[in-house]
Ligand binder design. Structure first.
Ligand code: PNS
Length: 155
């Protein structure tokens, strides 16, 4: 039985996140979505709001939790076997490779990467927020509940 942990900021969750999490659910026996709680980083949605959005999206197919501190310690607390992340580009790769190697060094935690499905390679939470803030249409880039939450937050 392999338990996978999908960590991220998810501020907000995008279709790119949904794609990777759905594929992780199909591959692994159990999936935990872990929302980072980083008080030194300004976020549009609170940690509880991000957890709530992900719970509404995935229902009881996964558990959604928040964490602070080191990812490897949280993964050990959750008894996760592997961390799963998405890769959009060579830039993601260079950054992710370093984090994966650090996590491997710290506790031996392995990271598995899924390349983003075609069509979501350009989608990031930061760009979605910028486009939404400037009045652009993000309805194809985020789930409907997230689009509604973004609209409300931007008003
Ligand atoms: O969605 P993001 O912002 O790319 O997620 C990054 C995240 C939360 C996975 C990363 O920042 C992280 O692992 N944070 C926990 C702190 C930590 O363990 N830092 C050392 C990583 S090598």
């Amino acid at each position: 039985m392999t338990k996978a942990l999908c960590p991220g900021s998810f501020d907000p969750p995008t279709m790119g996140h949904v794609d990777v999490i759905q594929r992780a659910i199909a591959v692994f026996d159990e999936v935990v979505i872990s929302v980072v709680d980083n008080p030194s980083k300004t976020s549009l949605f609170t940690t509880d709001e991000r957890v709530g959005l992900l719970e509404d999206l995935f229902g009881d197919r996964v558990s959604v939790v928040s964490f602070s501190g080191l990812l490897v310690e949280h993964a050990a607390d959750q008894a996760a076997d592997v961390v799963v992340k998405g890769l959009r580009s060579i830039d993601d790769y260079e950054y992710e490779k370093q984090m994966s190697q650090m996590n491997q060094h710290l506790t031996g935690m392995e990271t598995v990467y899924m390349t983003t499905s075609p069509g979501y390679g350009f989608v990031s939470s930061s760009l979605v927020k910028e486009v939404a803030k400037l009045g652009g249409d993000v309805t194809e880039l985020v789930p409907p509940a997230v689009a509604a939450a973004l609209k409300e937050r931007m008003e």
